[in-house]
Design a protein around this ligand. Sequence first.
Ligand SMILES: [Zn+2]
Length: 71
Amino acid sequence: MQKKVLKDAIKKGGSSIRDFRNTSGRKGNFQKNFNVYERNGLSCKRFRCKGIVKKKIISNRSTFFCNLCQI
Ligand SMILES: [Zn+2]
C-alpha cells in the first residue's frame, strides 16, 4: 500500500516537475510584468529605465506596463 502511494507520489512529482518547468518558463514573462505591477504612474523599476508605468485594461484585467520598455 505504502509503496503504491510512493510510486504515485513519484509519478505526480515527476509530472509536476514538468509542469513546474512549463510554468516557470511562463513565469519569466510574469515576472517582467511584476516589476510594474500596481505601480501605475510610478517610474519603471527596470534598471536604467526612465519610463512611467501605465495601467491598461485588457479584457477586464488590468495590466501594467512601462511606456518605454512596454512590459
Ligand atoms: Zn521601463
